[in-house]
Design a protein. Structure first.
Lengths: 240, 240, 240, 240
């Protein structure tokens, strides 16, 4: 996968929701985000403020990005609603400069949706730690992988249901559920932390599954802050 | 000053700006904030979501506050524009879970506005560290204090101007400026961190000047998230 | 379980390691932590510093805790090495004011240790969300639960091994592994954030499994900062 | 000033204290920091741990730095004691991923130490915002600057003392004190955040005064984590 995936703006529906994987999505629940706020936050340094973007603002945003003046990119917020497999969520929740609220398998019954990769997403790893590359497997192994996963998921969920049915606390019965199970959460983050997330997760070194989610987030980000996004890309996709 | 100051909603103008001290203000530049988002963030635990607040939501918000479930209060943002004396800003910037961009005395010329307390705000401290109380001083000392401060401010600013005029770098000439000088900044913060700020700064132990700013922030907060604010007050003004 | 579990100092071995659950542990890898640093950090307010604790310091620490002066409790560090089930780690990693490095199932092969609760730890939930209580189940259901979990674990791990053996990337094959699987990580945290963790996780509302880990952390904390720990307990176990 | 200042290890005394400016210092009060902890934190990914550094560890640290795996650099702590002018402290306190406790001018009487630049440190700014360079001024202006600052400081401190003497609360009287006044604080920070501080503050774009402090911090950092410091320098002084 050479270079970052291009966010496809066509995928973005009127409701700001993008389907990802077999049962997941990224949906922008709300946002307080535009490029002008970046320029105005920076301009408070000079006690100046504008109502509309102009070319000077575009130049300023590029300058801030290049020179690593990061704080002007923090005066905004994106609230995402995400549905993804647990193993994706586990990587996501490592991003500490943001806010999470997740579906609780202590309080509610787990869903029976599990991630089964599309055949073309089943892959083998080549090389050594720190420098893996991934290649597709043949059709037979792809299908076998899907079947193995489905079998484990079915057996695990059946055991989970039997235990819950028998009265075992949900928080304990969930121990049986594979990390391929879907979870969902709200995620609120500012553009600076979001760019950091995108730079690490829509990248070659990232796992394919979270990369697809990061690509979706990037599309929604680019739509609300196009000048900032362009400056981020021009800056070799490094967050300021 | 017994108990927290009551935020006066009448002070809040159509533009969400409140005057504070002799040359300062708090202005809500933008917000993505309502009570419903708290309930919906909490309800993602059960994969439920609503479009309008009802009594169950009010009860839920009270429950979250009491039981210290803090994260549902983070999925929102307030962007304030603040003008205050440097000694107030220094306390304000200690609040790390938020974003700041400040007027720069390296890049721009300092303003010549300085804080001179109203006569009734000049006070003496009684008691010992950790348990000070403050009492008004007599009219003569109040006036003398104002005169002393004005004289220092005038002399300091005149020296600053002479140095800048003579070509000394602004970043160095500013060393002469007293912490009573006004500065301004953008501050973006979520409701959880904002409640923490308010609980510490609109409180008896806080310095009178920052308390007036915190009172203004509280009025703007209460206007956008009245149910959350009421739950905060009912919880003895402790942030969750 | 009425009130917090008492940390048992006898459990703490010479190596600062405490066994938890069937295959887990908490080990204090290193620490820069003592009570004196709290008093000295607070005393920088008065430009004073001591070499040894005395009664005034004990009083000061109690005062800081009660009055919610939290920052003096941050000038220290505990580095823990933890081994626990994934579902415990998922709650743990929600604590953002700290640092984590975890075993990677992308880079290395998953261990075949899984959490099987002791019979007396199998429980049923009574009541409704927000107010659950838990009660033991009868011996038969306890044993059945253990058997069900073991069967799922065995089947899942066998499938995982077959997939890895067949060449499927580890990062994908892991989707089959239940959240009862053990993981391990390093966790570095200061006393203020650690007290927040303990107050929430060694508490009645916490899940039994993470509570046992929090109890272990509390024992190690109490050993290095006994005065701070006592003040925390006296303050109704609320972090400042 | 071409390139970053070289930290001078000779300046570091046995007590880990370095004098900076006319009345300031940086002193390392305590540290839990070595290069091995970086390698071990990273190796928990593979469940491996060592007691001594070897060449593989050095290579690993370089790899982590280049590939922006930042978290292994967080499992350590440096506690600094700093004395610097207020205008330097104001820039310092913008670094939120760290802990501060500062001398309080509310609780204690301000010191009468103020920053007067050495003649060769008096400078003029050339160019425009975002691209300033600084050049020395002639001897006469340097001396005049020092005299102007001294006069303001003396007048301000005399007014402050008169007000405090007359009974005005210290927290209010301090409004007269210039930002050239010295303050002191404890600062606790991990290596990752410290590298971020150094990369921004021991840099050409930083103000000369804070740069000297950052240079001192860098010398102390390099002494405790020489391999990490070398990797940081090799990585163009960008924090991971």
């Amino acid at each position: 996968m050479p270079g970052p995936e291009q966010p496809d703006r066509e995928q973005v529906t009127a409701e700001d929701a993008i389907r990802v994987l077999d049962h997941g999505f990224v949906r922008l629940d709300d946002a307080m985000a535009d490029d002008l706020s970046v320029a105005n936050a920076a301009r408070v340094s000079f006690a100046r403020r504008k109502e509309e973007m102009d070319d000077a603002d575009r130049g300023l945003i590029g300058f801030l990005m290049r020179e690593r003046h990061g704080t002007p990119f923090e005066h905004n917020a994106f609230r995402f609603h995400v549905r993804c497999p647990i193993f994706v969520a586990r990587e996501w929740f490592r991003h500490r400069i943001s806010s999470f609220n997740e579906f609780s398998m202590r309080y509610a019954k787990a869903s029976d949706d599990f991630y089964v990769p599309a055949p073309e997403d089943v892959r083998t790893q080549v090389g050594k730690p720190g420098a893996y590359t991934f290649e597709p497997v043949d059709a037979e192994l792809a299908e076998r992988t899907r079947a193995e996963l489905r079998a484990v998921y079915d057996a695990a969920y059946a055991a989970y249901e039997r235990l819950v049915e028998a009265g075992v606390a949900r928080e304990l019965a969930r121990a049986a559920l594979p990390v391929g199970a879907y979870t969902e959460f709200f995620w609120t983050v500012n553009a600076r932390a979001l760019m950091n997330f995108i730079s690490l997760r829509n990248a070659e070194a990232a796992q394919r599954e979270i990369r697809l989610y990061a690509t979706a987030c990037e599309a929604l980000f680019a739509r609300h802050m196009p000048v900032t996004h362009a400056a981020f890309v021009a800056n070799e996709r490094r967050a300021p």
